[in-house]
Structures are given as structure tokens and as C-alpha cells.
Design a protein around this ligand. Structure first.
Ligand SMILES: *Cc1c(COP(=O)(O)O)cnc(C)c1O
Length: 340
């Protein structure tokens, strides 16, 4: 009901507080994991022996969400959101503003459930992304060039058609769904993990993964990694509030988000031990290493965790068991060729 009354902003700033207040529990992540199991893949967790040789004896494990359906972890949160939305609501159709992996996940999940998806993209969206969403049967509409243009278009569509919004990062159902990747990796490591490292853009993965991990074992360190060019949560934590940063140029297109939302800020502040910012050069080096040493096709955004290791920002001492989420593998072929 609330979503139907949106105007300019997607969500009232305080609604989530009501939802969150003592109501989100780690058991919600386990329930989500059960709920979405027919729609998401249990992705492989592999030990990166070749990468390990570059460091001081820590075990490095990679959780391969690049092998997830649609090529990124985003399906976890999206499927949880859509499976917790009432059928009558879903039947009206869903909408999302995204030109990236979130768009693919929403389109894919809508197709799986037999509902209509309308994706709002910028007028200059890459052809491959438009094709990707259309390939899963979604309708693509274009709205200006800024995030605000897209938000307004989304709100218009919701008002006009009653579509259900699947927001990429400020929805507790999405955040909890993303948390399943952490629980799954922890299970695959038989509960024996010293540190979890996740990339961080808008911070919904970091929110959900850290919430899940700390809920199971508060001794496990959680580190979120962002590009130095978009140091959103580094700055937000410094200022102790959700804020907007000036965005530089980063190759990690999934992490180009300049505005922190409160829900993600507060969850990261409360559950993430450390936010690390990495250079562009290390991201490129990490992509090469993952591709050529580990034979894993990862997109730039997925490589920031390994970039943090390369910059000596992670304790890699002997015996530590580190898990890094390789978040996606959707990268333009010519860009990938150029980087490799
Ligand atoms: C969305 C995305 C991220 C960042 O996730 P946030 O929840 O926005 O922080 C990282 N890597 C890939 C591949 C993504 O698609």
C-alpha cells in the first residue's frame, strides 16, 4: 500500500525503521534461504591456491556468485523480495530502476513467476544491458540520464499501473535475501571462517551479509570494499551519517553509487568491522589475477575484495580462513579483453 503512494522518493525514510526495530532477525535469513532455493543456485566455493601463493599463508576461498543465474548475486535479494510480495500485487507487474545486474535479476525473476517487468533505464544505457533485460522478457523504458529521472519515472509507472517496486538496495527483503550468500558460504566452510570480504556499492550486500554473519558468529570479521573513486561508506562512517559523495571514475560499474541510504548506512555501521577503499590499478590487477591464475571470469566490481588483499589491507597471516564474494561476471567482452 505504501509503495503505491510514492511520490518523489521511493520510500519514506522512517518506514524501514518500523520494520527493522527488533524485527529483523538472523532467522529471517535462514527462512529466506529456504524460500528462494528453487530460484537461485547454490554457487561453488573454491579455494584459490594460486592466489594464496602471493600472500602470507592465509587460506583464500572464493564464493562464485558470477556463476549465479543472471551472472550475479542480485537474484538472491530480488527473489526473496518477489516471493514475499503478495500474489495479487505481483500480478500487476513489477518495476525497477537499474541498468545493471539488478535489472537482469528482476527481469529474470519476473519471467520465472510469469509476471510483467518494466525496467527503467537511462537514455544512454549500454545496448548489452538493454538486450539483457529484454532477453528475459522485460519491457524497457527510458528516462533521462540521472538517478532522479529514473526514480520519477518509476514512481509514475507505479501510480499509473500499480506496479510493485523492487528497489535494488533500500528494501529489507532484498537485504535479507542478499544475506543468504554469506550463510551459504559459511556452511560450505563448515562454520570455520575468520573473515568475510564483500564488495560495496549501495551497500545492500554488505548490509545483509554482515547482518547474517554477525547473527551467527560475531567473532567473524566482515570487511566491505569500495573503490577509492567512490568512497561512499568510508566517508559516511567518518561523518557518522548517510551522505552523498562526489563520484570519480571507476571501472567497477556496479559500485558507482554516490548516495548512501540510511538503512544501509546503519546496518553497515552496526555490523561491518571495516570499510576499505581500493585504487583502480589494484582492481584491474585483481581482475587479471582472478581470470588468469584462478580461471574465474569476474567483472570489475567483483574484484575489489582481491584488490584489498593486493593493497595489504587484509590480515593474510597463516592459518586465517578468508572468504571473498566474487559478486558477478557480467562484463562487456571487449572491455574484458582489453583488461586481460
Ligand atoms: C550490485 C553489485 C555489487 C554491489 O552491491 P551493493 O549491494 O550495491 O553494495 C557488487 N558487485 C556486483 C557484481 C553487483 O552487481
Amino acid at each position: 500500500e505504501y509503495l503505491k503512494t510514492l511520490n518523489k522518493n521511493y520510500a519514506d525514510k522512517y518506514i524501514w525503521r518500523i520494520i527493522m526495530e527488533d524485527k529483523l532477525q538472523v532467522s529471517d535469513v535462514f527462512q529466506a534461504k529456504k524460500r528462494i532455493k528453487d530460484y537461485v543456485k547454490v554457487t561453488p566455493l573454491v579455494r584459490a591456491e594460486n592466489l594464496e601463493k602471493l600472500f602470507d599463508g592465509a587460506e583464500i576461498w572464493l564464493k562464485l556468485e558470477n556463476m549465479q543465474y543472471t551472472g550475479a548475486f542480485k537474484l538472491r535479494g530480488v527473489s526473496n523480495k518477489m516471493l514475499t510480495t503478495q500474489k495479487e500485487e505481483l500480478q500487476k507487474g513489477v518495476t525497477a530502476a537499474s541498468s545493471g545486474n539488478h535489472a537482469q535479476a528482476v527481469s529474470y525473476m519476473a519471467q520465472q513467476l510469469g509476471v510483467k517487468a518494466t525496467i527503467v533505464m537511462p537514455e544512454n544505457a549500454p545496448k548489452a544491458k538493454i538486450k539483457g533485460a529484454k532477453g528475459y522478457g522485460a519491457e524497457v523504458v527510458f528516462a533521462g540520464f540521472t538517478g532522479q529521472d529514473r526514480d520519477e519515472k518509476c514512481a509514475e509507472l507505479i501510480k499509473e499501473h500499480g506496479y510493485c517496486l523492487v528497489h535494488s538496495h533500500m528494501d529489507p527483503a532484498v537485504i535479507i535475501g542478499h544475506g543468504t550468500v554469506a550463510i551459504e558460504a559459511l556452511e560450505q566452510m563448515d562454520g570455520d571462517m575468520d573473515e568475510l570480504i564483500v564488495p560495496c556499492g549501495a551497500g545492500s550486500l554488505a548490509s545483509g551479509a554482515s547482518f547474517a554473519i554477525k547473527g551467527v558468529n560475531p567473532d567473524i570479521k566482515v570487511t566491505a570494499v569500495e573503490p577509492k573513486e567512490v568512497p561512499l561508506f568510508t566517508e559516511a562512517l567518518k561523518a557518522n551519517k548517510a551522505l552523498t559523495v562526489k563520484m570519480g571514475q571507476t571501472i567497477a560499474d556496479g559500485l558507482r553509487i554516490s548516495k548512501a541510504e540510511e538503512i544501509n548506512f546503519e546496518m553497515i555501521r552496526d555490523n561491518v568491522d571495516k570499510v576499505v577503499a581500493v585504487d583502480e590499478k589494484s582492481i584491474e590487477e585483481a581482475l587479471k589475477l582472478v581470470g588468469l591464475k584462478e580461471k574465474i571470469l569476474a567483472e570489475p566490481s567483483a574484484c575489489v575484495g582481491i584488490a584489498a588483499l593486493l593493497e595489504n589491507k587484509i590480515d593474510t597471516s597463516k592459518g586465517r580462513r578468508i572468504c571473498i564474494v566474487i559478486t558477478g561476471g557480467n562484463v562487456d567482452a571487449s572491455l574484458y579483453a582489453q583488461l586481460i
